[in-house]
Design a protein around this ligand. Structure first.
Ligand code: FES
Length: 125
């Protein structure tokens, strides 16, 4: 199971090799998540309309290795945008993937850009 997790590494705008088009902005529900696939990865994409921002993260919750984070509720905790896993409610920062309750479970996050109504996610592979 661990090898599934290993393919998810956070990407920053500075180390993007590929901007992968995942659809149009109108394809994504507002203030919730959707799942897309890039190579062997499942990526959760969040149209955080309330904050007028987009986020992307691994869909895999590292707690029980379930592909569920795109189904999680998004919100913020003391100003940090976050997703709550729908299964056991662990909260992860959508900015840097840290577990907001502490601990070493962490998720990978990816940059998102919007151009001409299209949504792109940045990958380093
Ligand atoms: S599987 Fe996500 S918090 Fe348990």
């Amino acid at each position: 199971m661990e090898h599934i997790l290993e393919q998810y590494k956070s990407v920053t705008k500075n180390n993007v090799e590929t901007w992968f088009k995942v659809g149009m902005t109108t394809d994504f529900p507002e203030n919730s998540g959707a799942c897309i696939k890039y190579k062997t990865k499942q990526i959760a994409v969040y149209n955080f309309k309330r904050a007028n921002t987009w986020y992307a993260a691994q869909n895999l919750c590292p707690h029980k290795m379930e592909m569920v984070l795109s189904l999680g509720m998004i919100g913020d905790k003391e100003g940090i945008p976050k997703v709550a896993c729908p299964l056991h409610k662990k909260n992860f920062s959508l900015e840097d993937g840290t577990n907001l309750a502490g601990g070493d479970l962490k998720i990978a996050t990816y940059p998102v850009k919007i151009e001409n109504g299209n949504v792109y996610i940045g990958f380093s592979d």
